[in-house]
Design a protein around this ligand. Structure first.
Ligand code: PHE
Length: 349
């Protein structure tokens, strides 16, 4: 077989091999065999020295042509494999961009927090600051400073969870009053604060009682603060929360830290004052206690009661939420049933 026949055979077999390549790896092996440094074409080029010089250019030309042809076919075959691979991947990882997106699950604000946020903004707008006292409170701040010495009979009004002799779960947020009074610098202006938070009492849980509930304490101290300031403030709160229609009334009451003391009732949302099980047939629901700050509370905190005076109130956030949303069982606030909580979800978008 002469060299040209050999080359012709190589061309035919090479093309056939390239066509029959099964995958990229296989194709690469064929490429090395045909046009690689130690491939068959290179081998023929190396054997040029055995050929008559007059033949050499022709052989060289032929070899180059075959190499170009191989290279072209190899590139084409390679492209086909790459293309097939891309198509396979695309088919596997198909994303339908026209599908509607999945909605995320939105939580909802707890009804008590809705009331809390609303009241906080309301008081902040009126120049009050918001403070937060500790839930594990000392006997000192929760009681002693609030004019409730250890043997005071009024301590029976609030069954307390004691942790030890001095520490307890606060039964009221009133301790915040003493903490703030002690620190306030009256040369910088009047004291106006609200203190929201959880309180605890050894109550048996039922539809209207919970061993844990939430209060918001309020305290205003300045020169010349009067009972009518208190009355006006309480009425404004009631109207803001429950609307113009709900009736309110103040009843004389007793708290050791206020003198005189009052309780504010709001007409029952369920029977509109006619009397039902929820209002215990009185037509009224108690929402807050209040009064003029007792001079002892001021003096205990180092504030001159002959110069300064003020009012304080403590409202039940749970009671506010019950009234506002017509909830008949206080325990619903603390059992975290999502079906209950979902009702307070804001508009989903
Ligand atoms: N601390 C009282 C209570 O828990 C409420 C209250 C606060 C009353 C401030 C008067 C003034 O019942």
């Amino acid at each position: 077989m002469d060299l040209f026949e050999k080359l012709d055979k190589l061309r035919q077999e090479g093309l056939k091999d390239i066509n029959q390549a099964t995958d990229q790896k296989n194709l690469d092996k064929i490429r090395v065999e045909l046009v690689g440094k130690k491939g068959q074409l290179t081998e023929i080029l190396h054997s040029m020295k055995d050929i008559a010089p007059s033949e050499r250019p022709k052989v060289g030309q032929e070899v180059n042509q075959i190499r170009d042809l191989f290279q072209k076919q190899i590139d084409e075959a390679k492209n086909k494999f790459v293309q097939a691979l891309i198509e396979k991947k695309l088919a596997e990882e198909k994303i339908d961009v026209t599908l509607p997106g999945r909605k995320g699950h939105l939580g909802s604000q707890h009804p008590i927090n809705i009331i809390l946020d609303d009241l906080e903004s309301y008081f902040i707008a009126m120049g009050y600051s918001v403070v937060q006292g500790p839930e594990i409170e000392t006997d000192h701040y929760c009681f002693e400073m609030m004019n409730l010495p250890k043997d005071h009979p009024a301590r029976d009004m609030q069954a307390t969870f004691y942790i030890d002799e001095e520490n307890l779960l606060r039964t009221q947020t009133s301790g915040d009053q003493a903490r703030v009074l002690e620190k306030h610098d009256f040369s910088k202006g009047p004291l106006k604060m609200v203190g929201p938070g959880k309180v605890y009492r050894r109550d048996d849980d039922d539809a209207t009682h919970s061993h844990q509930f939430q209060q918001m304490e309020g305290l205003v101290v300045d020169k010349n603060v009067t009972m009518s300031d208190l009355k006006g403030t309480l009425e404004m709160i009631a109207k803001h929360m429950f609307g113009q229609d709900r009736k309110t009334r103040l009843r004389p009451s007793y708290f050791p830290f206020t003198e005189p003391s009052v309780e504010m009732d709001v007409s029952c949302f369920n029977c509109d004052g006619k009397g039902c099980a929820i209002c215990k047939y009185t037509g009224w629901i108690e929402v807050l206690g209040a009064g003029m700050v007792h001079p002892n509370v001021l003096e205990n905190a180092g504030v001159d009661s002959s110069v300064y005076g003020g009012f304080a109130f403590g409202l039940g956030l749970d009671r506010f939420a019950i009234l506002k949303y017509g909830i008949s069982d206080i325990r619903d606030f603390y059992t975290n049933d999502v079906r209950f909580l979902k009702q307070f979800r804001k508009e989903e978008n």
